[in-house]
Design a protein. Structure first.
Length: 163
């Protein structure tokens, strides 16, 4: 039997599960860049998540659940208004801060469903583009985003001089 996937806005009841998934993301990054990331930690505390869940206009969070409302993944979004400068046009973009699908649920197209919902949100919010960052130590994420049509905008380079 195929799992029914529901995409909806996050609410307060999702915070514990989002916390678990944030740890999964941190662990992927810590495996690739232990000089930066601390395993078993997470990007946002419960207090920060409570704040973010309330920011539906500027920082909406989408949740993917199964038919029993169990959280399988999330997409943290930020709406950015960029003013015109001497050499750039004014524009509104959606920054995809974080997208995660539970490691036990990958391969079921939940990430694609979440991204498509993010895209619909970007259109609704009159954004001209969706932007995101992918860590070089996460080639699976890079492949996923390229497969659904994203292309590099710019490259960030570094030289590690102390570990």
């Amino acid at each position: 039997m195929e799992t029914t996937i529901i995409i909806r806005p996050a609410d307060m009841r999702d915070i514990p599960r989002m916390g678990e998934l944030l740890v999964q993301v941190c662990n992927v990054h810590a495996a690739g860049r232990p000089d930066i990331f601390i395993p078993e930690h997470r990007k946002y505390s419960d207090e920060e998540l409570r704040f973010l869940v309330g920011q539906t206009e500027t920082a909406p969070i989408l949740i993917a659940t199964d038919q029993d409302d169990y959280v399988l993944g999330y997409a943290f979004c930020q709406i950015h208004d960029h003013p015109a400068t001497d050499n750039t046009h004014a524009r509104r973009t959606l920054y995809l801060d974080d997208l995660c699908v539970d490691s036990q649920c990958r391969g079921q197209h939940i990430g694609t469903r979440l991204y498509n919902a993010v895209r619909e949100l970007a259109v609704e919010k009159q954004c001209c583009a969706i932007q995101l960052n992918v860590w070089a130590c996460n080639p699976a994420a890079t492949r996923f985003y390229e497969k659904i049509g994203l292309r590099p905008l710019k490259t960030c380079l570094e030289e590690v001089i102390q570990e």
